[in-house]
Design a protein around this ligand. Structure first.
Ligand code: CDP
Length: 220
């Protein structure tokens, strides 16, 4: 099976780049961040204190996460409901890194992620794909960009979606999330030894995609 792992901090362009790359190479794109977001959505919409590990663990068995691809687009289902749009708020973005620290949640999602990669040729993006989820992936990319550029991109993305956005607040949230993702005990955001670093700060999306597609064509 073909496995391409794309990891990196928030706003580096992982999801857009992974989506286009998967389309070009006819692979299935899997956005693992959406799974953590859907779990976070469950806790927030049910008013469960997601910062309390005990209460989180108590509700895990009530959470069912499923992915379906409709016309090539990933849809994420939480207990049978399509929450693809609902998970893209700043409220979820702020909370998700706290939920993602939880070991039981990570284990539950890891099972789903590995099962999908076993049955499909994938481009999978996240934080721990190259280090933990798919350690034998044939191509691993670590996609980075300066935090200011990442905040600018996130700001523009929210405005494009018709949401209100505050650049300074986004910058602070991104820095906080990077810190939480990089310093957590389980599966932190880290470059795998055999990953290739691409700094997209001054690169167009097309250029980054071209580099990855070229590498993939050489390897697979
Ligand atoms: O799209 P964005 O870069 O803002 O983030 P995302 O990919 O939707 O991921 C949201 C959060 O989920 C991350 O900040 C991580 O805390 C967590 N995550 C993770 O821990 N492991 C993954 N493989 C993917 C996401």
């Amino acid at each position: 099976m073909i496995e391409i792992a794309i990891d990196g901090p928030a706003g580096a362009g992982k999801s857009t780049i992974s989506k286009i790359t998967a389309g070009n190479l006819k692979l299935l794109y899997i956005d693992t961040g959406a799974m953590f977001r859907a779990v976070t959505f469950y806790f927030i919409s049910n008013n469960i204190d997601y910062e309390n590990e005990e209460s989180v663990n108590k509700y895990i068995d009530d959470i069912c996460i499923e992915l379906k691809h409709i016309n090539g687009i990933q849809h994420i289902y939480l207990n049978g409901n399509d929450v693809t749009k609902e998970i893209r708020t700043e409220e979820i973005s702020k909370a998700v890194s706290v939920v993602a620290k939880n070991q039981k949640i990570r284990e539950m999602l890891l099972d789903i992620q590995r099962k999908i990669a076993k049955e499909n040729n994938v481009v999978m993006d996240g934080r721990d794909i190259g280090t933990c989820v798919l350690p034998n992936a044939g191509l691993k990319i670590f996609l980075v960009a300066s935090v200011e550029e990442r905040a600018r991109r996130r700001y523009k993305q929210l405005v494009r979606r018709g949401k209100t956005a505050d650049y300074d607040e986004i910058l602070v949230n991104l820095k906080k999330r990077d810190e939480q993702d990089m310093t957590r005990e389980i599966a932190p955001l880290k470059k795998a030894n055999d990953a290739i670093i691409i700094d997209s700060t001054n690169m167009t999306l097309e250029k980054v995609v071209k580099i990855i597609v070229t590498l993939a064509n050489e390897r697979f």
